[in-house]
Design a protein around this ligand. Structure first.
Ligand code: NAP
Length: 336
């Protein structure tokens, strides 16, 4: 028996750019799926550092795409697990009643219903719960693509040594596990309080990012460096990598206006003629990677780390927690 879809819904809204504290519940119309789109009944939403960037409209660089003076979509939440409850015209391969996960470009997940292109959704296997599955799209997908960009596990090298800078957040906790699965010896930077968790995820060595400067490490120690946290000079990263290896930058950190762009340009310049190369990653939504991640979760080979789940009525606190920048693994908001 299908439940009727209401015409309006309570959604967490911030209509201007700014901190989580300004996020409020408002009654919004339930969106209607257009051509090639489906309507999801949201079951769980996982938050990312990217949600905070869009909420703050920082760096200013994001505003041309997401709204010059205010966010085009005032509802945050990009990683969603849900059930298809309505299908728009010309949709192929997605059906009402299907449980799926998806990355919503630009947000919309902190509401009971969200609309998305059907081509982006991936079926959620019944043995993976919505809260776990929702953690995968951005954090898991970015970790996977960063390791691919660094060639980890792709070059036939027996046991590459990989340094993961910023291992305790959403992307970091997946990167450690996936690198270990690809046969790497993983060294990871995190704070002392998170070291036991990161070692339990498979890291051979953890370095306290507040106490142990990477400049203490010998040169050419690693086959790849994955920089998730940022804040370290590019030359210092390059020094750590053996010839033939590479540095991959995923961090979105940087200035208030151009964000990571100046560092990405510098990385290009520093890579001219010099080895190892520094690559900047702009991860994209890749359903085929999501399916592989779901399979690894189903086999128990990777485990999404969820620091805490928040009830829908407290979603603003969840956003504020991510905004504080000390999330351990993932933060999930349960369905309304
Ligand atoms: N390039 C792309 O396509 C792409 C895609 C997704 C995400 N990103 C970027 O990747 C970064 C991580 O995203 P996320 O969602 O995983 O963030 P997150 O979960 O909010 O990361 C928080 C974690 O980072 C750790 N951390 C902060 N500064 C650190 C440092 N200097 N050294 C080591 N650890 C540090 C914190 O640990 P402590 O509590 O110890 O400080 C905390 O555990 C963000 O900058 C995001 O914009 C980029």
């Amino acid at each position: 028996m299908t439940t009727a879809i209401p015409t309006t819904m309570p959604a967490w809204v911030r209509r201007t750019y700014g901190p989580a504290a300004g996020t409020r519940i408002e009654q919004l119309p339930v969106p209607v799926p257009g051509r090639g789109e489906v309507l999801l009944r949201v079951q769980a939403t996982a938050l990312n550092a990217g949600d905070v960037r869009l909420m703050l409209g920082d760096p200013l660089l994001v505003r041309p795409m997401f709204g010059f003076t205010r966010p085009k979509n005032p509802v945050r939440g990009m990683d969603v697990a849900g059930t298809i409850v309505a299908v728009g015209p010309d949709v192929v391969g997605a059906e009402r009643g299907e449980d799926v996960i998806v990355e919503l470009p630009g947000g919309g997940g902190l509401a009971p219903y969200a609309v998305v292109e059907a081509s982006r959704v991936v079926a959620r296997p019944p043995d993976i719960t919505p809260d776990i599955a929702a953690c995968l799209p951005i954090a898991g997908g970015t970790a996977w693509q960063a390791l691919d960009a660094a060639g980890v596990g792709l070059t036939g090298q027996a046991t590459p040594r990989v340094l993961i800078i910023g291992a305790s957040g959403g992307v970091g906790t997946f990167a450690v596990q996936l690198a270990v699965l690809r046969g790497a010896e993983v060294w990871a930077t995190c704070s002392a309080r998170n070291a036991p968790l990161i070692e339990a995820l498979g890291a051979a060595r953890t370095l306290d990012h507040r106490q142990s400067p990477l400049s203490d490490l010998p040169a050419e120690r690693f086959d790849a460096v994955i920089d998730i946290a940022g804040g370290i000079a590019l030359r210092d990263l390059q020094r750590l990598v053996a010839p033939g290896g590479s540095v991959v930058l995923t961090t979105g950190d940087g200035g208030h206006i151009m964000g990571p762009v100046p560092r990405m340009l510098k990385a290009l310049l520093l890579s001219i003629g010099r080895r190892p190369r520094i690559r900047s990653l702009a991860a994209t939504s890749r359903p085929e990677v999501l399916r592989k991640l779901l399979a690894l979760v189903a086999e128990g080979r990777i485990v999404p780390v969820i620091e805490r789940e928040w009830p829908f009525d407290d979603a603003a606190s969840a956003l504020a927690h991510v905004e504080a920048g000390h999330t351990v693994g993932k933060v999930v908001v349960r369905a309304a």
